[in-house]
Write a protein of this length. Structure first.
Length: 365
């Protein structure tokens, strides 16, 4: 619990974003050690602004963190710090991962399959129907559905996921003391029971238009595939698609009628090769290699028996984890990166594992 205090404190310091936080953690090892550093140690860091070093030494920062910790305990809110084992692996690999995340819910953020569904706040009836159809078709693959809990396409994605029994997580642009828009309060409550609410903003941070573009990078980073349903040529959905492309995520867009304002963004993404054309969930499943393995059980068992000691270590690790990033596999297996890459290739060629976006690996079931 004491460690959480220092994590919250580091996250709260003005001027310490994800880049500076990572530099400090690299320098001192963990959050507690940053606050235990002597003033001259902080002053010696040429890249650390003097005012930030002063804030680290200000006892008011820890008092504020204590207050935050009480809120988290009262409302049963989880936190994921960038150094924690359960921090979302997909976010760990993006250029500016959130230093700390606040989460209220029960869906695992390291789910095997994740799909973001986004679009305009003012969809057409056809757009709402497209979301309903897409979620229904995705149901056999049991993905985690991600969106931003906004009006329009976002809330349609969340509500249809709830109806189909799929876990769904809303990424917020404010603290968990608030909900914007408040009209979605009932849906948000259902999502806490069948998914969750996630944010990088401290508990009492109010909704602010400046936060929402930053929120979009988390939606993009968490998903394996991002689907844009209806959107104008400019706006939050296009920003999120840009993030997803930069993160090497698979981006899909549903085409619309030429000349329609709500179709301009999707059509532009497709014709500029920033998104694949999506007509049904089967297109997404095919391009994401989500087909189930058809290998007979006895043949697969024989392959397991023929594994080398190194291959068996990797397979055993994947048996007890839904999906693992290559860095985590290297840490857990204690195999050097070069050898691990060779082992992973061999096991994948044998049809026992497959690669997911973001250098993650999963056992074929």
């Amino acid at each position: 619990m004491d460690d959480l205090l220092y994590k919250l404190a580091l996250h709260s310091i003005e001027g310490v974003g994800s880049v500076t936080a990572r530099q400090l953690l690299t320098e001192f090892g963990d959050a507690r050690s940053i606050f235990e550093a002597r003033p001259k140690e902080l002053a010696a860091l040429s890249w650390l602004p003097e005012n930030v070093a002063h804030r680290i030494g200000d006892s008011a920062v820890l008092l504020k963190a204590e207050s935050e910790m009480r809120w988290l305990e009262q409302y049963n809110i989880q936190t994921f710090f960038i150094q924690d084992d359960d921090y979302p692996e997909r976010l760990r690999s993006i250029p500016q991962p959130p230093t700390l995340l606040y989460y209220k819910g029960n869906a695992p953020l390291n789910s095997l399959r994740t799909v973001g569904i986004i679009g305009t706040r003012k969809p057409t009836p056809a757009g709402v129907w497209q979301v309903e159809k897409l979620v229904e078709e995705l149901t056999p693959y049991q993905p985690l559905i991600l969106s931003g809990l906004a009006y329009g396409i976002d809330i349609a994605a969340h509500r249809n996921a709830l109806l189909k029994g799929l876990p769904t997580v809303g990424v917020l642009g404010h603290g968990l003391a608030y909900l914007y828009p408040s009209l979605h309060q009932n849906t948000a409550q259902e999502m806490i029971e069948q998914g969750g609410l996630l944010t990088e903003y401290s508990f009492q941070t109010k909704p602010d238009p400046r936060h929402f573009p930053m929120r979009n990078r988390i939606v993009a980073g968490l998903c394996d595939a991002l689907v844009v349903v209806e959107t104008a040529r400019k706006g939050g959905s296009i920003i999120t698609a840009e993030y997803a492309n930069n993160y090497n995520r698979d981006v899909f867009a549903i085409p619309g009628r030429p000349g329609e304002p709500t179709s301009e963004g999707c059509n532009w993404l497709i014709k500029s090769h920033k998104a694949s054309l999506l007509e049904s969930a089967s297109d997404l499943a095919y391009l994401m290699h989500w087909q189930q393995s058809e290998r007979p059980a006895n043949e697969q068992l024989k392959l397991f028996e023929e594994l080398s000691p190194e291959e068996k270590i990797v397979v055993d690790l994947l048996k007890i984890n839904e999906a693992l990033h290559i860095d985590r596999l290297s840490l857990e297996s204690r195999l050097p990166h070069g050898l691990l890459a060779t082992v992973l290739l061999e096991v994948e060629c044998k049809g026992l594992i497959r690669t997911l976006p973001g250098k993650r690996y999963v056992l074929k079931r």
